[in-house]
Ligand binder design. Structure first.
Ligand SMILES: [Zn+2]
Ligand SMILES: [Zn+2]
Length: 213
């Protein structure tokens, strides 16, 4: 399959999901393919798989285009499925909660253990965080390890990370904790590939907030 053919099918697919999202993603892909010197076809192919994976997880996501003015926290909460879970409006099997965080299993687990660590506060994503959020990210990691251990998993075998925009299916900050890593399927390994341009480790997020990246 040629690159242009791949890009066309990618755009077609993206249009059915969210055109703006796809356009941004295409740009990222092309840049990434050229800067990394990796075969563009492979990168685009991976991205299509990632989009298909996201689309399956998108049933609850709002497909509205983002507003130009900054919505208030209350406006966001009304529309966001993760805020509804945090507020107890949307029933979910919560395995841990405190005044700052809520943890529940991923609806489509990528391995026997797969949890989402959410902040109660509606942050859009890891990129929107500031330096003062470093302790919060560290706490999310700690809670992820504690929950995993309490659920019978082992933190040493876990993969943890945040989606990196524009590649997030739900725009509410959440840390994925997946274990054991070696039981993840092929597609999940791609979708949650730490160090990729769509999924980053907590360490990378912290380094970025410290201004080291
Ligand atoms: Zn939210
Ligand atoms: Zn996610």
């Amino acid at each position: 399959m040629t690159i242009s053919k791949l890009l066309r099918s990618f755009t077609r697919f993206g249009r059915s999901v969210n055109f703006r999202y796809c356009k941004e993603a295409s740009k990222t892909l092309v840049t990434s393919a050229s800067t990394r010197g990796s075969p563009a076809a492979a990168v685009v192919g991976d991205a299509i798989k990632e989009f298909q994976y996201c689309a399956r997880n998108m049933s609850t996501e709002s497909k509205e285009t983002p507003q130009t003015s900054q919505p208030t926290q209350t406006e966001e909460r009304g529309k966001c499925i993760f805020c509804k879970i945090c507020d107890g409006v949307q029933p979910t099997n919560i395995v841990y909660q405190d005044e700052e965080f809520v943890v529940f299993p991923d609806m489509r687990p990528a391995a026997p253990h797969h949890y989402l660590i959410l902040t109660r506060h509606h942050y859009v994503d890891a990129k929107s965080l500031k330096k003062e959020h470093i302790p919060m990210v560290e706490k999310m990691v700690l809670i992820g390890k504690e929950v995993l251990t309490a659920q019978g998993g082992s933190p040493e075998t876990a993969r943890m990370g945040f989606h990196w925009p524009p590649f997030h299916s739900i725009s509410h900050l959440h840390l994925h904790v997946i274990a054991p890593e070696n039981e993840m399927g092929f597609i999940a390994r791609g979708a949650f590939m730490t160090g990729s341009f769509w999924f980053v480790s907590p360490e990378t997020v912290i380094q970025r907030l410290q201004g080291k990246l």
